[in-house]
Design a protein around this ligand. Structure first.
Ligand code: ZN
Length: 353
């Protein structure tokens, strides 16, 4: 009988730190260890073979200005983006969520990894490997003092924007159907930010950038182009997904894309509704592999941050996806690359160790 918790998954995006922050901060840490009402915790990770991934720190917009999932069940939609958040408001929230990540490590729930070798080591020892990532650079000051300190603290990945604008660039609104060519790209500060991230060895995440921003990063970054949680626009014509032209640029840079489980970016009709067969995910995977090659595709679940297919509501359900992929004809070597090998390869190349 095939061991369905293998190969273990290393995943490009989750929002569990945000959920723990909203659930009470440090006091909610025991829930992660013992089991919680959400997608990722230690018991579910063991059941599903979830070995870790990028743990995003994210500053939510005020509730009434946030993303409206109900609106995204309509046949077409174009959500207004929340307004920019000031540094003074963002910084304490980033500190609070980072403190949760450090507490998770202190409690033995995760290992914060700063190199690809550390991730490999954690995966082999059955420890959850966590990459400290920030989604949206609101808490980064333009002198980059916060960036330098956060890097020292373990930050290894940064998205210049989460869709709403920052000092550094303009993100892509949630619009269906649409391509991502909406609005201007990086600002001058944004170009400086890409250079500083390159120098420090902080990976730049392309997910949530609009097309102009994507091409600005492609022009200025010296590292592989990476979209941690984005899908194929040819399969689902959502503004958040990547066109074949963008995929070609990612391939050329030897970067990669993590498949997002969020149903609105998977479904042909772009609706945020969870009755999605796993075959729909395989359509995206097939397309991504065709355009990027077998070495440049992985996963970026968006767990605890999105509505995902019914079979995968918690990471305990990942064996279902492994099963569907094996049935679809993906061999063991390809499975290992998709589940974690490609992330290790690209991160080693990006971080230099
Ligand atoms: Zn996201």
């Amino acid at each position: 009988m095939r061991n369905l918790t293998q190969p273990v998954i290393f995943d490009g995006h989750n929002d569990v730190l945000l959920e723990l922050y909203l659930a009470g901060g440090l006091t909610s840490v025991p829930d992660f260890l013992e089991g919680r009402d959400g997608a990722i915790d230690i018991p579910s990770a063991k059941t599903g073979g979830f070995g870790g991934g990028f743990f995003a720190v994210f500053v939510p917009s005020p509730k009434d200005l946030g993303v409206n999932f109900a609106e995204m069940t309509k046949p077409t939609y174009d959500l207004p983006l929340p307004v920019q958040i000031d540094w003074e408001d963002a910084f304490p929230v980033v500190m609070a969520q980072a403190a949760i990540l450090f507490e998770l490590e202190k409690q033995g729930a995760v290992v914060i990894c700063r190199t690809a070798a550390q991730i490999k080591d954690a995966l082999s020892k059955d420890k959850i490997a966590a990459v400290f990532h920030i989604e949206g650079a609101e808490a980064i000051d333009p002198d980059f003092h916060t960036l330098d300190v956060l890097h020292q603290a373990g930050l290894r990945s940064l998205g210049p924007v989460w869709s709403r604008p920052t000092l550094y660039g303009h993100g892509v609104p949630f619009r269906y159907p649409s391509d991502g060519d909406i609005g201007p790209g990086l600002t001058d500060h944004g170009v400086r930010l890409i250079r500083r991230c390159n120098e420090l060895g902080v990976m730049v995440d392309l997910s949530h950038l609009n097309e102009a921003g994507f091409w600005d990063v492609a022009r200025h970054s010296t590292k592989p182009l990476v979209a941690t949680h984005s899908n194929a626009h040819a399969v689902c014509a959502h503004s958040r997904n990547l066109t074949d032209k963008q995929l070609a640029a990612i391939r050329e840079s030897d970067g990669m894309v993590g498949l997002n489980f969020a149903v609105a970016f998977l479904r042909v009709d772009g609706k945020m509704l969870p009755d999605v067969p796993l075959e729909q995910m395989l359509k995206h995977l097939d397309h991504l592999i065709e355009h990027l090659g077998e070495d440049r595709v992985g996963f970026g679940s968006d767990y605890d941050g999105a509505i995902v297919p019914e079979a995968l509501t918690s990471c305990a359900g990942l064996p279902e996806l492994r099963h569907a992929m094996a049935k679809h004809g993906y061999n063991d070597a390809l499975m290992s690359k998709l589940w974690h090998g490609n992330w290790l390869r690209v991160l080693e190349k990006t971080w230099g160790e």
